[in-house]
Design a protein around this ligand. Sequence first.
Ligand SMILES: Nc1nc2c(c(=O)[nH]1)N[C@H]1C(S)=C(S)[C@@H](COP(=O)(O)O)O[C@H]1N2
Ligand SMILES: [Mo]
Length: 364
Amino acid sequence: MKPLHKHPTMAIHQEEPLNAGPPLDALRRAYVTPQEYFFVRNHGNIPTIDPATYCLSITGMVEQHLELSLAELKAMPSTTEVALLQCAGIRRTEMAAIKPIPGELLWGAEPIGNAQWRGVPLRTVLDEAGVQEGASHVAFKGLDEVWRYGEQVGFGGSIPLEKAPDVLLAYEMNGETLAPTHGFPLRVVVPGYLGARSVKWLSNINLQTEPSKNYFQAHAYKLFPPHIGPHNVDWNNGEMLGELPLNAIICQPAEGAICQAGHITVQGYAVSTYGVPIERIELSTDEGANWIDVTILEPSHPWSWCFWETTLALPVGKHQLIVRAWDVLQHTQPQEIEQVWNFKGYMNNAWHRIDIMVQDDVVI
Ligand SMILES: Nc1nc2c(c(=O)[nH]1)N[C@H]1C(S)=C(S)[C@@H](COP(=O)(O)O)O[C@H]1N2
Ligand SMILES: [Mo]
């Protein structure tokens, strides 16, 4: 499968199913990520769906089961929201460098993008169906085929009902019709949660008392402590992932870059947790002994990333740049990857470190 409408510089991590991500400098160029640079995370095929016959069903603990066509959904009042999507496997490569993480895609800091979504608030659809007393989880199911252990499990996941007011059923991305790769004709967007809950090619919404039993909720995307591995895992344990952790990333210069001595521009992004605003982002060039505040470029928005930058004057030689963010509740990030390592390689938010070389004779 060729990556449709994607920029040729996107790195293809896997062809089948298609998984691809942009270079970090391209990602850092635009606050709203163009579709051509938006990462792609698939577990199965990209289904071909006829918008004329497409139908979304709402089932389970509702007063009235609904079947909505795309035209009916588009006729409902719409809203627009800027929100980022981030894969839980972000920065797995750094984790795998400490201890192997077999069988998982080795993402850097690029499976993330910020987009403007337009669609129907989930609340509107739920109100129309009428949620019954006792329902506490909203489960989503996609139309793609995903096989695990010889079984067609499909892709699904759920959110607690309290999260529903933040959620959008999106049919537009950055003012364009949602591309097939990103879930045409309709996808869920759960702002502030790991990307896996933002189910693409949405076919069913089910109201229920328990979280989804789908493989990707009940089995994958669970967090285990560092001493648990494939040899001793009990899949009934582990924490189901939800909110994204506080994170800050250096996009520019790139890891291993050779920089011209003088003023070096350092740029990156940061992600907040629970929509709590980020208060400050700090950079260290001496293993965390001293920190300088970088400039945060835009006012805090609960569901988007923030861009930051600074300039450094560094002497010739090898340097390590380290970044970390603080939110207004004075939460910050763990120092070492060992503190967050888990055998599935999810949610790495340890201090981000970049090794660079500064020279005074760089030929550009
Ligand atoms: N139906 C379906 N929805 C899905 C997935 C999938 O494989 N199938 N992948 C999920 C994961 S893990 C992520 S991170 C996001 C990625 O969205 P994108 O490919 O539009 O960037 O979609 C989520 N929704
Ligand atoms: Mo993901």
